[in-house]
Design a protein around this ligand. Structure first.
Ligand SMILES: NC(=O)c1ccc[n+]([C@@H]2O[C@H](COP(=O)([O-])OP(=O)(O)OC[C@H]3O[C@@H](n4cnc5c(N)ncnc54)[C@H](OP(=O)(O)O)[C@@H]3O)[C@@H](O)[C@H]2O)c1
Length: 283
């Protein structure tokens, strides 16, 4: 039995779409009714990392688990791993982040992911770590201003990021969850080339058939904008991360998606083509 967490999120819901009917799949979500894309045979159960009883029920009979956590600085990984070990889970595949390998990355989010990785490696269970670069889907945060004003506002327009299509992450995760040979591996996952926010703006504009304007935010403007949706310590971590991008730390490309899935990683152009409606002005 494979357990999928984070199944209403960006990567988890794509993982669900890619898992075969066998071995059986169980989906854990705080609100199972919000889970879409699972095979009809998949079992949906309610579960929250903060609820030990529900976690134990969700993990009973599970051999392999896909773990997604998002509460930066919190101990959801520790709770999940304790419950998984008690339940006799054999292997955990964890969604981590490429930044854990960056020597200059000492922000709150990266320190939290490094600590989570250590917990998993020390858990006694088999482990596989997926370490993606930024998700291409992060550009959906530009959709509102693109739709209403034809403008993208972001930091450091000429800084490159080897961002990755979350569907490629999901394909890698589905393989790792269902194939042998991935235990003890850490995969750094990127797109096929590094691309800048200004280039992404240009590509989106071409797909939409309208020229878009790129307005570079100052760090202070970005702090205010990010502060509307994230707690202050996370905002500071994201600003630190953007600064590393400006310094070139996120431009390196790997071929790991190709090596694991047998086909090359998708481009930002391809991701944007499939999501262009989210950016389109509805008259
Ligand atoms: N975005 C990036 O560029 C990027 C880059 C590298 C690494 N990452 C890593 O990727 C991970 C995020 O993946 P994502 O974007 O797919 O996630 P996401 O879209 O933010 O979704 C988070 C998922 O976690 C579930 N969840 C949250 N709190 C929970 C709890 N207490 N108990 C049970 N489930 C809970 C949510 O379920 P509900 O439906 O219940 O809310 C949701 O399904 C993070 O670890 C992040 O560090 C992201």
């Amino acid at each position: 039995m494979i357990l999928v967490t984070g199944a209403t999120g960006t990567v988890g819901r794509e993982v669900l779409r890619r898992l075969p009917a066998r071995p059986p799949v169980r989906v854990m979500a705080r609100e199972p009714g919000r889970v879409t894309g699972a095979a009809p045979t998949a079992e949906k159960v309610a579960g929250d990392y903060r609820d030990p009883g529900a976690l134990a029920r969700a993990l009973a009979g599970v051999t392999t688990a896909f773990l997604v956590t998002t509460d930066v600085g919190g101990d959801d990984d520790a709770r999940f791993l304790r419950a998984a070990r008690t339940a006799g889970v054999r292997r955990v595949v964890k969604l981590s982040a490429a930044a854990v390998l960056d020597p200059g990355a000492d922000d709150l989010i990266t320190r939290w992911q490094r600590a989570n990785e250590d917990l998993l490696r020390d858990s006694g269970m088999e482990w596989t770590l997926l370490r993606p670069r930024s998700f291409m889907s992060n550009t959906l945060s530009w959709a509102a201003s693109v739709r209403s004003e034809g403008v993208v506002r972001a930091l450091y327009g000429t800084s490159a990021n080897a961002c990755v299509d979350p569907r490629d992450l999901a394909e890698v995760a589905a393989r790792v969850l269902t194939e042998d040979g991935h235990a003890g591996q850490a995969y750094t996952l990127t797109g096929p080339r590094a691309i800048t926010p200004a280039e992404q703006t240009d590509q989106l504009g071409r797909l939409l058939g309208v020229p878009l304007r790129f307005e570079e935010l100052t760090p202070e403007q970005a702090r205010v904008a990010l502060g509307a949706r994230c707690p202050a310590p996370v905002v500071e971590a994201l600003l630190h991360s953007a600064e590393r991008q400006r310094a070139g730390a996120k431009a390196q490309v790997t071929d790991t998606v190709g090596e694991v899935t047998g086909r090359p990683a998708g481009s930002f152009q391809a991701w944007a083509k499939d999501h262009v409606e989210a950016f389109a002005h509805v008259p």
